[in-house]
Write a protein that binds this ligand. Structure first.
Ligand code: UGA
Length: 429
């Protein structure tokens, strides 16, 4: 099928590349001329495992191309996917200006029946607004359908999640676009759930909020584990074997971050407020997330006694492993708190150092993870990168003024670390 994707961020670019890879003809549109020029020249603006190869392969096969013109994308396609940012505003509500602008531009470019699909995470009832906007700004009375098709991909696993989805949600206002939407997703062999458009929009916010709730729940349990000498990983394993609960998203740590959960929680709380429901449960999820970080910082400051003029090595800056994304990263928050306490930092991340520089200008960036500890008073693990498990612990011990490791991601075994002579503090164990 001929598809246009408007917006080539994490969602749009991965979606476009995967759609092309299963045989669709895809035009990716972005108003950032530099980004489009980079993509046209074979460059990739973000780090996402498997993405560069997928883009290269499908550009070469003539199934994937890039343009700055929405009109060109609309003209070339039967279905137009909107995947532009919906950033948070200071009051927690969602900034819908990018969606509105794109809807107006699509309206101006419509000359025949098209299906306009919203993929961005949006408040419930956005589909109605998009339809109203397209109707209002269309030059002629052209038929169109608006569909909600939320994405559930995780950064760092985006290609895998897109190629092997648990489910596809298609929210519609009429049955007409359903066969075309099913044809788009047929190659992915996942269950397709057709709902009304408001329900589809709510499925996204309700899912992300539930996953954030799951993380805050286990983080709250981790506080009880620390107070009682229990082990949160053993508790999570025991809980997770109950099929009704499941083990995934029960890893205690520094709390959730990234460009989705914090924003989507605030938006869902705001949306609920607007319809007259005080979603106190989700406010508590937010509070536990902040407290989890505060408890970890307290653990560091109490152990080191004085932070001022101490040098701390920090492993991890990305908001989670396998990404270079530092938006709302707990690791960056932690670094800023340590700097605020007067510490000096030596930091390393396998992929996110470039993007971190703007947020953390006054720290020392170290290319080799095994050199971070040099001249430090303690080490901290802030992101769950697998490769940190390969850290040369013997060398780090020699480099540190005292063998202290604060592990915010529970990468090492507490008993083994104690046997190796480390003062090892992790989360909930
Ligand atoms: C999340 C959802 O998982 C996706 O399904 C959704 O499509 C996406 O948001 C979105 O709305 O676009 P993402 O933000 O990429 O994906 O990352 P996650 O893997 O969900 O992790 C979010 C945060 O939770 C990270 O900071 C991670 O370290 C933390 N986390 C995750 C935990 O602390 N513990 C866990 O057990 C799992």
């Amino acid at each position: 099928m001929k598809l246009a994707i408007i917006g080539t961020g994490y969602v749009g670019l991965v979606t476009g590349a995967c759609f092309a890879d299963v045989g669709h003809q895809v035009t990716c549109v972005d108003n950032d001329t530099q980004k489009v020029a980079l993509l046209q020249a074979g460059g990739i603006p973000i780090y996402e495992p498997g993405l560069a190869e997928l883009v290269r392969k499908n550009v070469a096969a003539g199934r994937l191309r890039f343009t700055t013109s929405i009109a060109e994308g609309v003209a070339a396609s039967e279905i137009i996917f909107i995947a532009v940012p919906t950033p948070p505003q200071p009051d927690g509500s969602v900034d819908m200006s990018f969606i509105e602008k794109v809807a107006r531009e699509i309206a101006g470019a419509l000359t025949s029946y098209k299906i306009v699909v919203d993929k961005s995470t949006v408040p419930v009832k956005t589909g109605d607004k998009v339809a109203e906007t397209i109707e209002r700004y269309s030059r002629s009375r052209v038929d169109f359908d608006v569909v909600s098709n939320p994405e559930f991909l995780r950064e760092g696993f985006a290609v895998e999640d897109l190629m092997h989805p648990d489910r596809i949600v298609v929210g519609v206002r009429s049955p007409r676009p359903v066969p075309a939407m099913k044809a788009v997703y047929a190659p992915f062999q996942a269950p397709i759930i057709v709902t009304d458009i408001n329900s589809a929009e709510l499925i996204k916010h309700a899912s992300n909020s539930f996953l954030a709730l799951k993380i805050s729940y286990i983080n709250a349990v981790s506080a009880i584990c620390e107070a009682t000498g229990a082990n949160v990983q053993q508790v999570a394993n025991g809980m997770g074997l109950d099929a009704r609960i499941g083990r995934r998203f029960l890893n205690a740590g520094l709390g959730f971050g990234g460009s989705c959960f914090p924003k989507d929680l605030s938006a869902f709380i705001k949306i609920s407020e607007q319809v007259g429901y005080d979603f106190r449960l989700l406010k508590e999820v937010q509070r536990i997330n902040v407290e989890q970080m505060e408890r970890f910082v307290k653990k560091i400051t109490e152990t080191l006694w004085v932070l001022k003029d101490k040098t701390i090595g920090v492993l991890g800056l990305a908001f989670k492993q396998n990404t270079d994304d530092v938006r709302s990263s707990p690791a960056i928050d932690l670094c800023q708190r340590l700097l605020g306490g007067g510490a000096r930092l030596r930091v390393h991340d396998p992929k996110a150092m470039d993007k971190a520089r703007a947020l953390l200008p006054n720290v020392t960036y170290v290319d080799d993870m095994n050199e971070v500890a040099a001249g430090c008073d303690a080490l901290v693990i802030a992101t769950e990168w697998d490769e940190f498990k390969q850290l040369d612990l013997a060398r780090a011990r020699d480099q540190l003024s005292a063998p202290i490791l604060f592990d915010g991601r529970n990468l090492f075994d507490p008993d083994e670390m104690a046997q190796l002579g480390w003062i090892y503090k992790s989360v909930g164990r």
